[in-house]
Design a protein around this ligand. Sequence first.
Ligand code: ATP
Ligand code: MG
Length: 336
Amino acid sequence: MGKVRFVDLEINFADRELAMRVIEDWAERGTFPVQVVYGPEGCGKTAWLRESIELFRGRGGFDVIYVNPIDGFIRAELGGIADLRSRILSIAKDALTQEAWGGRVVWVIINIAREAIEARVSRLAIIVDDAFQVIGVDKAALYVKGLLGILEHPPAEYERVVTVVATSEGMSLREVGRHNWAEFKPMWNMSKEGFRQLYDQIPGSKPSLEETWRLTGGNPRMLEILYKARWNVDRVVEQLILEKAITKEFTTRWRRDLEATLNDPDHLWIEGGPGGELANELVERNLIVYGIPSRSPDLWIDQPPPERDSELGIGRYVAWQTPLHREAVKRVLRAT
Ligand SMILES: Nc1ncnc2c1ncn2[C@@H]1O[C@H](COP(=O)(O)OP(=O)(O)OP(=O)(O)O)[C@@H](O)[C@H]1O
Ligand SMILES: [Mg+2]
């Protein structure tokens, strides 16, 4: 089990057993087409994918290319090919100095993956984390097509290739979804039991497990932010309001529908329809997840959210990313 950075702590990677089983399955069978993993901001996609690197390498016998263009992190485990390894290292160095590095590097990775296959890497995992934020909505689909090209038109024979893209960026998902180039795999915040394993590792005095669950809905990033703010909920909500630009102008414009959505997020599905303007605004700000599939466990990376949970703001088709996201909107709305 790996270690995860949690503000000033180093903690154990908690739970996500089902999600690790998905990795095992991918390692055994490869993936087709490209797997696009999406879920609320901070639900734990990156922590899980970084944890998966060792599994791919160890038991899976894979070479691995992992890149996160947002935080400028590349990891290349290309055992046999010194040349590609050193090229990746030099690209990684550029991250520190070059603007727009992220936008370029994702395209470079496609070439490097092709070269690796050409150089007879037979098991290769290509993981592009936080992929679409830097690429732009319009190019997200093209990028996925580029990754699919590695699988469909490889430069040499390969045994197994896994391509995974992770994002919390809802708008580009729609763009990618219009084609059949990817399989969409939703991931949700942590299950209550998994969340407890994380909560238990936080030292010092803290609110009860129930209280933190009610606030975060199991979202580990929100727990991290609360911990960092010394459990000052007001401060965290304030921070969210600013970050998400939840202005009075915005809440006043949508007052009636927002009230209904606070009450039941499915209001947007039933009344708003796909392409509904308010739904779009809330997806763009990463406040809601829109169009949640059935809770059939095989569709999900890990445990699905409940079918409905009005306390946590989860509806059948639409959900607030966390209760704190909902609270931020509520606070601005009620103050006007
Ligand atoms: N399984 C886990 N065990 C322990 N800590 C975790 C786990 N998952 C996530 N975390 C913690 O929660 C934080 C947020 O998780 P992470 O960055 O993986 O989310 P994300 O879904 O990738 O977010 P984003 O949507 O912003 O990319 C991490 O910094 C880590 O501290
Ligand atoms: Mg991430």
